[in-house]
Design a protein around this ligand. Structure first.
Ligand SMILES: CC(C)(COP(=O)(O)OP(=O)(O)OC[C@H]1O[C@@H](n2cnc3c(N)ncnc32)[C@H](O)[C@@H]1OP(=O)(O)O)[C@@H](O)C(=O)NCCC(=O)NCCS
Length: 225
């Protein structure tokens, strides 16, 4: 399959095994390998040297940067971003001498989550919707929606908006307004963040889907490096 006769694109150096399902508009770049039984939605981008193993499930509009392996047992929902060289896993206690095929653990990345460059997700966890895993973090437990996780082991350092900015301090009514999108968020019960303006399962409207302001410009002069 070279992409020319399919509704998706596969670079000539990539392999897509018989029995893989790939949605319209998806692009699969250099040296990638999609194995039989893998399911990939529409409009995804798989960067260089990406592996999608048998039975891994990827939604639509998922961006996978270079050198990421998505193993059997992994479910990646729509709009997830996987940063370069981030690591997903599927066996907690691997041993070369002990065959554990069929015992793969499930890891779920919910809609809109971001995994930063070189972060590691230890298997068996669920990363909540729009959670933001910082570069180099090691995630060892479930992560709530919108959580901003950093460090080794990863700890919650705050909340991130759907535009990937730290949630500002809440106003008197507990409302946090994203400085970029102006979408409003609230901690509706301890540890549970909800967007007041958009359903968590709804895609961003087109006018909010293009970034126009650099991250640094949202920082105070003291925060700027
Ligand atoms: C999480 C992130 C958004 C924070 O960025 P930021 O707001 O500019 O952070 P700052 O540089 O202001 O740092 C704030 C604090 O967090 C710490 N910090 C920042 N990034 C960190 C990281 N990845 N891991 C651990 N600590 C981190 C800083 O050391 C600083 O700590 P201090 O207050 O004790 O000095 C950013 O570091 C990050 O990881 N982005 C992901 C980048 C990426 O992987 N992109 C992939 C596409 S190419």
């Amino acid at each position: 399959m070279t992409g020319q006769s399919t509704p998706y694109f596969v670079h000539e150096s990539a392999y897509v095994d018989e029995g893989a399902e790939i949605g319209e508009g998806t692009k699969i770049w250099h040296f990638a390998h999609v194995m039989s039984g893998a399911k990939i939605g529409e409009r995804c981008i798989l960067g260089q040297n990406v592996l999608v193993a048998s039975d891994a499930v990827i939604g639509s509009n998922v961006k996978v940067q270079n050198n990421v392996a998505i193993y059997t047992g992994t479910v990646v929902e729509d709009d997830v971003f996987l940063g370069p060289s981030c690591v997903l896993t599927n066996v907690t206690n691997p041993r070369s001498q002990v065959v554990r095929h069929g015992l793969y653990e499930k890891t779920v990345l919910r809609r809109g989550a971001t995994v930063g460059a070189n972060a590691t997700i230890v298997c068996g966890v669920e990363i909540g919707r729009y959670a933001f895993i910082a570069a180099g973090a090691v995630v060892t437990a479930d992560v709530p929606d919108y959580a901003l996780m950093m460090g080794v082991p990863a700890r919650r350092k705050g909340w991130a908006t759907r535009h990937g900015l730290p949630m500002p301090a809440p106003d008197a009514e507990g409302v946090m307004v994203c400085p970029e999108s102006k979408l409003r968020y609230k901690e509706v019960e301890p540890g549970v963040i909800r967007c007041l303006d958009l359903d968590e399962e709804a895609p961003l409207p087109a006018e909010l889907s293009v970034g126009r302001i650099r991250y640094d410009e949202f920082k105070s002069p003291q925060q700027k490096k």
